[in-house]
Design a protein around this ligand. Structure first.
Ligand code: FES
Length: 132
C-alpha cells in the first residue's frame, strides 16, 4: 500500500506493508539513517522520533499510524532553535560516548525542552544528566 508521510517538512510517498514499523521506513525506504535500531521492542529509545512534537518510539509504531502526523527525525532536530542549543550543550559537555544513542537522546531532550527555547546553554547543560 502507498502512504504519504510528512517527514521533516517534506512529503514522501512510500509503498510498503501497513504493519512495517516506521523505523524501517525512515531508514531503508526514505534513507534517513540518523534514527537507530536498538532493542526493537520500545524499551531503549534509540529509535525516538517526534510525532507532532511528541517523542515516540518508531520501532513499535506502524506506518499506518504515522501517515497523519508531522514526523521529525534527528536530521531535522538540529535545524530547530531548541535542538541546535541542545546539540551545542552536548558538544560543550562532551556528553557523547559511543554516539549510537545520541540522536534519540537529543530528540527526547528536545521534546522535553520545547518551552526552553530561551534557556541559556549553562541551564541546558544543567538539565543534561548522566545515564546509568
Ligand atoms: S529500538 Fe529500542 S525502543 Fe525502539
Amino acid at each position: 500500500m502507498t502512504y504519504a508521510l510528512n517527514v521533516n517538512g517534506r512529503m514522501h510517498s512510500v509503498d510498503v506493508d501497513g504493519d512495517i514499523p516506521l523505523l524501517w521506513v525512515l531508514r531503508d525506504v526514505i534513507g534517513l539513517t540518523g534514527t537507530k535500531f536498538g532493542c526493537g521492542i520500545g524499551i531503549c529509545g534509540a529509535c525516538t522520533v517526534h510525532f507532532d512534537g511528541q517523542a515516540v518510539r518508531s520501532c513499535v509504531t506502524s506506518i499506518e499510524h504515522s501517515a497523519s502526523s508531522e514526523i521529525t527525525t534527528i536530521e531535522e532536530v538540529g535545524e530547530t532553535a531548541t535542538g541546535a542549543r541542545i546539540q551545542q550543550a552536548w558538544l560543550a559537555e562532551e556528553v557523547v560516548q559511543c554516539g549510537y544513542c545520541s540522536p534519540a537522546r537529543s530528540s527526547r531532550r528536545r521534546s522535553r525542552s520545547r518551552s526552553d527555547q530561551a534557556l541559556p546553554i549553562p541551564r541546558l547543560r544543567a538539565r543534561i544528566r548522566p545515564v546509568n
